[in-house]
Write a protein that binds this ligand. Sequence first.
Ligand SMILES: *Cc1c(COP(=O)(O)O)cnc(C)c1O
Length: 437
Amino acid sequence: MNFISTRGQSPIIQFSTALSASLAPDGGLYVPESFPHFNPAQFASLANEDLSLAKIGREIFAPFIKDHATGLRAEISSICKRAFDFPIPLIPLSENTSVLELFHGPTAAFKDVGARFLRECLDTLSESKTLQKRSTILVATSGDTGGAVAAAFHRHSEFEVFVLFPKGRISPRQEKQLTCWGDNIHSIAVHGTFDDCQRLVKEAFQAFNTPTLAHQRSFTSANSINIGRILPQSFYYAVSSILHYKKTGKATGFIIPSGNLGNSVGALWAKEMGFPIRQVVLACNANRSVPEYLQSGIWKPHSTVATLANAMDVGNPSNIERIRHLFPEIERLKKEVAAFSVSDQEIQNTIAEDWKTLGRAWCPHTATAAFVRKSLPQDEHWVIVSTAHPAKFETIVEPLIGETLEIPPALSEILSKPSQYVDIQPALENLMKELSK
Ligand SMILES: *Cc1c(COP(=O)(O)O)cnc(C)c1O
């Protein structure tokens, strides 16, 4: 299987090269040249214990690394087993609504799935000497990515990880998850927004791509521009759509809290591969670029607005390129995807109301999807995709429900560690100083 750039001006490459390159030389994002096709009936005959993320993930991943000379193919089972060693339950909420809980990993958000899969693949490539040099991983985070990547790569000493986060703009527990590691993880508090962090990472890539510096380090991004984070996000949509199909013979729809659109691309790719998915609905916060695009057909990114669902505070989502590449015609896109914008007030109301009526505490991101569910046809089945544990956002959720949330054990262990980070102003020279220490 080959991988191509969304902008069509870069050489065709294989998965492992796309993994370490992150961004294509023409500035586009890597996507599969075509998709393998799976038959739902073939999976529906399996027992539920064989419908695990590790087992189905292996089936889906295999065709993407077919004809692949690296060590990935030989290690495919252990890559999937080690990456996906936590549950991702699909829990019925009412007759026509279920919840897909993606937050049972080490940092209590769905980013653990992609970060751990990327770690396993890069570890394997490093052991098979496909990666030549000690690698530096740069990641800009709006809150949850940095923690997941730091947790995944901590003490994998062939990688040095730099996490850039917008100081004061993430929840206290998110900050703790970014800053508690030490060793090969370096946390950098940027006095600016997420967009500043993302810009600095891009500028550093460009600076290190000049011939004089290129030999010194090999750079990789662990943001969702990296194909190694996107592909595994199709696996849980495959598994949960099959579980529903097995029970009912029908396809379900997914409502996905969306920001940079990496999670949604995973769902759309699973649908392309033939898994029984009826529709994909994007629940956005007050950052309205995507809902507006689906209405007007004109792509016009906005600057980022800060909201209660901070991990979705993205005004110019990079993965829109992958979606537009998949559906270049707006009419087709509109048939496959719908998008809604949800306000902070609606997020707060939904958290309070659903706690009372359902006894469920949503994180602010999941609350956008729970809100959108109420406006979709009640006689169709929908899955609310739950992207983070509410206890990560206790300062928002607890006052709304009037109770203290129990902290998952993996999270409480992290919270007991001391923090360490450096502060920088958002200029490239400051970041370069940190990278060269
Ligand atoms: C990252 C994140 C999102 C948004 O996911 P994208 O892939 O960027 O669209 C939603 N919810 C939570 C909790 C997140 O951490």
